[in-house]
Write a protein that binds this ligand. Structure first.
Ligand code: SAM
Ligand code: SF4
Length: 328
């Protein structure tokens, strides 16, 4: 068998790289109000270090990379990192997940550097609610402009990710779904996960099984293929609609059996599973002058440490780091 596999024979071909723990928003479901110390400058992986890790991973079989954060676009020169990764021949898909607030400014530069596409996180279409959810001095109009800018320069398909929370924004799922009918919006509903720092802040999960049922008032949802990629979402569309609707249900219908990913945190730890605290320190090895083969050995070890499945159902949620350091 060639390529990278975990202990359960799942092929691993996807690396998510958190480029910073900083963010210009403070979304209720992602970060606690206060008390998250920032990583220091020396702790953060340099772009050259990230390139070295991705090149080693590519030799093992990784061919998809997603840049995430924190908010990746608050780190200076992310487009230059994209250009560096584009030079790695085996990497055939480079994408980025962003809150969209700075996308209008950087979309063209990112496209020119070789970025293939973006996912934009957006949880409401109401300006006041946007401020309440993101707890920051940013505006919904910036994000909508960012989505349009990404589309205009060809970072397609632009996927819009909405984390659905009971009593906070679940009354807007029909509005999001309706946008897929006349516009090329690819909306993905995501179940809220009780990650570190937000598990006990009163947010309530909504099962996407219920949400899907609610959407039937707009028409019959028919299964369809994803616009691109083969991730964990299950896709549907209304007859004749221009966009699509995806459901990502890590809690009610977990997709661990098809998990194909590893994560690299902003401070250089390999994380085998988003929903487990276990991490493997790659940065120390890298900074001690490790060879390419040694790095590859550690990446293989991380793959073999992937658990068969997360343990949210047993009440075992990750405790150590907020999503801003892991990258979602
Ligand atoms: N700042 C960027 C953004 O918001 O898209 C990238 C980082 S963010 C941590 C990556 C993704 O994780 C976002 O789509 C966000 O909605 C999702 N996320 C964060 N906390 C979550 C939670 N508790 N449950 C489900 N999704 C979450
Ligand atoms: Fe919101 Fe993304 Fe920032 Fe988390 S990292 S607070 S999801 S914008």
């Amino acid at each position: 068998m060639t390529g990278l596999y975990d202990s359960f024979q799942r092929p691993i071909n996807y690396l998510r790289v958190s480029v910073t723990d900083r963010c210009n928003l403070r979304c209720v479901y992602c970060m606690p109000v206060a008390g998250v110390p920032r990583l220091s400058h020396e702790d953060i992986m340099s772009y050259e270090e990230i390139r070295t890790v991705v090149a080693a991973a590519a030799e093992l079989g990784i061919n998809k990379v997603r840049l995430t954060g924190g908010e990746p676009l608050v780190r200076l020169g992310v487009a230059s990192l994209v250009a560096m990764l584009r030079q790695i021949a085996a990497i055939d898909d480079i994408s980025l997940t962003t809150n969209g607030t700075l996308l209008g400014r950087y979309a063209a530069e990112l496209k020119q550097a070789g970025l293939d596409r973006v996912n934009v996180s957006l949880d409401t279409l109401k300006p006041d609610r946007f401020k309440a959810i993101t707890r920051a001095d940013a505006s919904l109009s910036e994000v909508l402009a960012g989505i349009e800018a990404a589309r205009a320069v060809g970072l397609n398909p632009v996927k819009v990710n909405m984390v659905v929370m009971a009593g906070i924004n679940d009354d807007e799922v029909l509005d999001f779904a309706a946008r897929t009918i006349d516009e090329e919006w690819h909306v993905r509903f995501i179940e809220f996960m009780p990650t570190a720092g937000v598990g006990d802040n009163g947010l309530r999960f909504v099962s996407l099984v219920d949400i899907k049922e609610k959407l039937s008032s707009l028409g019959k949802l028919e299964p369809c293929l994803p616009a691109i990629g083969n991730g964990p979402a299950r896709y549907f569309k209304f007859p004749g609609s221009r966009g699509s609707i995806g459901f990502i249900s890590p809690v009610s219908q977990h997709f661990c059996f098809q998990c194909n990913r590893l994560r690299l945190t902003a401070d250089g730890k390999l994380r085998p599973c988003l929903l487990s605290d276990e991490e493997i320190d790659l940065r120390t090895l890298l900074r001690s002058g490790a060879s390419r083969e040694e790095l590859k050995g550690l990446i293989k070890t991380a793959a073999t440490k992937k658990p068969r499945c997360h343990r949210l159902a047993e009440g075992k949620a990750p405790q150590h780091r907020p999503m801003t350091q892991v990258g979602g």
